[in-house]
Design a protein around this ligand. Structure first.
Ligand code: SF4
Length: 64
């Protein structure tokens, strides 16, 4: 599984960072999240799907 955060849609909510901090981090100097693991290790996939579902801005893109 690969994941991206759409930087045009991400708006600071931070839900993804709270749900799965091993995968999602805030970028330095920015309030937008980014993905720090690629590909996503299987043990984090469930949490990533939950984050994508709960992101209020639909900013998390599941690539495969
Ligand atoms: S939950 Fe969505 S909007 Fe909030 S930081 Fe994460 S990707 Fe961005």
């Amino acid at each position: 599984m690969r994941i991206e955060v759409d930087q045009m849609k991400c708006r600071t909510a931070g839900i993804c960072v709270m749900i799965c901090p091993d995968v999602f981090r805030f970028q330095e100097g920015s309030k937008r999240a980014t993905v720090v693991l690629d590909p996503i290790p299987p043990r984090f996939e469930k949490k990533c799907l939950e984050a994508a579902r709960k992101c209020p801005n639909d900013a998390i893109i599941i690539c495969c």
